[in-house]
Ligand binder design. Structure first.
Ligand SMILES: Nc1ncnc2c1ncn2[C@@H]1O[C@H](COP(=O)(O)OP(=O)(O)O)[C@@H](O)[C@H]1O
Ligand SMILES: [Mg+2]
Length: 349
């Protein structure tokens, strides 16, 4: 049975366990019960924690009478979690209540964030390095073999301009992403008309679409309410989706941008607006769909590079839609083509 005096430890969000001189569990607070389901008083500590480092730390306290030992342990069930732990000797005056106390602090999210950051920096360095290596190569060519050749010089300068442009796009997208992350918890507050916004994005995209003999159509069958948003961000979202439809859609096909009022599923019973961008073409593999909004995730690296993509477009879309408390849905198959739909709450006075 749990000790009444110790129940105050249930108020702590971190797991706390107390063991006696024989390493038997004497108390498990509520947070610890969540990570050690099914373990109870009178079990040996090893029934809950098998990590050799943690067991050794407990022995150092119980047998060697050390005062405090710290370390890190991993639990693999029910889900993998990482903890910093501290085991301390309890005062003799506590008697039968227990001999040692173990405090755990969940650091899974911190470690995940560190892992994410280092993977991101690795990817980013790679992405920046590739246009830079091309530039260096072109400079060498201009200094050597192409030095006196006017035609070659013009050609290489054009290639250099493209690579420099690619780096600029990448840096612009990175800045947008970091700004979005910083502001993600601040709700946008402007009244924005998505139909006007989409029309202007389509007007700009027309030239690029024509190069692939594509046409962009805007469908709005209903009266569409304004949304609560940030017009620059929403413009960027629509532009990224339309750009992708032009880049990855089938040549000589029609891209359809549709805007309609809807009742949102989440937050429930709130009026909203859905905007979808549809293109024909080879579908995206179902297993790739959930990963498309990850930074630098591309299904076809060569095609992305060819079209000047940064691999950050959909990551920006996802963050911007999150900031708008909205929802992004991706549907794709070879027959129907690909549709990206976002829905966000309508503006209310
Ligand atoms: N409409 C689409 N049809 C097919 N694939 C798409 C479409 N939109 C995006 N993708 C895939 O998602 C990847 C990520 O898109 P995005 O984040 O915009 O990066 P990129 O800079 O490569 O366009 C693209 O490289 C492409 O593989
Ligand atoms: Mg893109």
């Amino acid at each position: 049975m749990d000790n009444v005096e110790l129940e105050i430890l249930d108020l702590i969000n971190d797991p706390v366990i107390i063991i006696d001189a024989k390493r038997t569990l004497r108390f498990i607070n509520k947070a610890a019960k969540l990570i050690f389901p099914g373990k109870s008083i009178d079990d040996d500590l090893v029934a809950a924690i098998r990590d050799p480092g943690a067991l050794k730390a407990v022995d150092q306290i119980l047998k060697d009478r050390e005062v405090e030992v710290r370390g890190r342990l991993t639990l693999s069930a029910p889900v993998e979690q990482h903890f910093d732990f501290k085991v301390s000797l309890l005062p003799e005056s506590l008697g039968e209540l227990g001999k040692a106390i173990m405090l755990l602090h969940d650091i899974t999210r911190v470690l995940d964030a560190e892992e994410f950051r280092s993977a991101f920096i690795g990817d980013l360095s790679h992405e920046l390095r590739s246009p830079l290596s091309s530039l260096t190569g072109f400079i060498e060519t201009l200094q050597g073999p192409a030095k006196e050749d006017d035609n070659a010089r013009a050609h290489f300068l054009q290639l250099m301009e493209n690579e420099a442009h690619r780096m600029k796009n990448l840096i612009d997208d990175l800045l947008s992403l970091s700004q979005l992350e910083a502001e993600e918890h601040i709700r946008p507050s402007q009244k924005v008309d998505l139909v006007t916004l989409a029309s202007s994005v389509i007007l700009v995209g027309k030239q690029k679409a024509l190069k692939r003999n594509m046409e962009i159509r805007l469908n709005t069958e209903n009266v569409v309410p304004s949304v609560l948003g940030d017009s620059d961000e929403l413009r960027r979202v629509i532009r990224n989706l339309v750009d992708n439809a032009i880049s990855y859609g089938e040549e000589s096909s029609i891209i359809e941008v549709s805007i309609n009022p809807i009742d949102l599923v989440y937050p429930a019973h709130v009026h909203g607006v859905a905007l979808s961008v549809h293109n024909k073409g080879t579908g995206i593999e179902q297993t790739d769909i959930p990963r498309l909004t990850e930074r630098f995730y591309r299904t076809d690296k060569a095609r992305s590079r060819e079209t000047g993509g940064t691999g950050l477009g959909l990551a920006i879309v996802k963050h911007a839609i999150n900031r708008h408390r909205g929802d992004l849905k991706i549907e794709s198959d070879d027959i129907k083509g690909t549709t990206f739909t976002f829905s966000i709450p309508a503006f209310t006075e």
